[in-house]
Design a binder for this molecule. Structure first.
Ligand code: ADP
Ligand code: ADP
Length: 233
């Protein structure tokens, strides 16, 4: 079955006495090994979908099955456990600890999982190697380019062997060369069998994925293979 299945997902945010309907009945399946862009204009619901997929928030109604388990009604603690086990998160701002080396940043999720020190550094070094940054293991984030910082963040996401890699505007703070390198890395990870979901408002970035899901006003209005998508304007 799909590793992600959203069914009739609605999300309402309170706004003063009123409320905003950010998602209005979203159905989305992501199969294992797929490579999906979620795109759409500002305000279309991308961040809301992202936070639900990432188990950072829950739908107001509808269901979310992650690897077959309905997580829509779990409490915050249970959600955090699922998130740490199942989801590898990549952010626009990298979210690296500034005083920790690249290696230490990558190892951190394994500390919470109780992996022993020797095993942690072995695995962290292996994923840094995978993103082409083993030679920067001892560098602080400030000593790395932005593109390198994002690759460290991707290594950190990979380190706990998540079932889904979820990236939120991963190229939003990168120049176009570093953005292309980061997308090339996602291409590689997809080719290696990882399930990758990239949320982006940039058409050019979305086209790098296999499949493009387009949101508008909280609904899915397009779901096409990237090869069939119109060229970005
Ligand atoms: P996108 O990421 O595509 O810009 P969002 O998911 O951030 O879209 O927003 C979808 C809609 O929900 C917008 O109308 C936005 O103003 C509203 N919204 C998002 N987050 C909140 C919030 N925390 N409180 C109130 N409204 C919100
Ligand atoms: P950046 O473009 O972020 O500044 P670097 O200059 O650190 O990257 O790249 C160091 C070396 O690693 C270069 O030779 C580059 O081609 C290579 N490299 C970049 N990305 C990868 C990757 N995903 N896997 C293997 N090698 C890579």
């Amino acid at each position: 079955g799909p590793c992600i299945a959203l069914r009739g997902v609605r999300k309402r945010y309170p706004m003063g006495g009123e409320s905003v309907l950010a998602l209005d009945g979203v159905d989305l399946d992501v199969a294992p090994h797929d490579y999906v862009a979620v795109t759409g204009p500002s305000g279309s619901g991308k961040s809301t979908v992202m936070s639900i997929l990432a188990c950072l928030d829950t739908p107001s109604s509808g269901s979310y099955l992650l690897n077959g388990r309905d997580i829509a009604r779990l409490d915050a603690g249970e959600l955090a456990t699922i998130r740490n086990r199942e989801i590898g998160l990549v952010f626009q701002n990298f979210n690296l600890l500034p005083r920790a080396s690249a290696l230490e940043n990558v190892m951190l999720p394994l500390v919470y999982r109780g992996v022993r020190h020797g095993e942690r550094s072995r695995r962290a070094l292996a994923v840094l190697e995978q993103v082409g940054l083993a030679h920067r293991a001892d560098h602080l984030p400030s000593q790395l380019s932005r593109g390198q910082r994002q690759r460290v963040a991707i290594a950190r996401a990979l380190c706990s062997e998540p079932s889904v890699l979820l990236a939120d505007e991963p190229t939003g703070n990168l120049d176009s060369a570093s953005a292309a390198a980061v997308m090339a890395l996602f291409d590689d990870l997809h080719a290696q069998g990882h399930t990758v979901v990239v949320v982006t408002h940039e058409a050019e970035i979305a086209r790098r994925c296999r499949r493009i899901v387009t949101l508008r006003d909280g609904r899915i209005v397009g779901d096409v293979l990237a090869a069939a998508a119109p060229p970005p304007c």
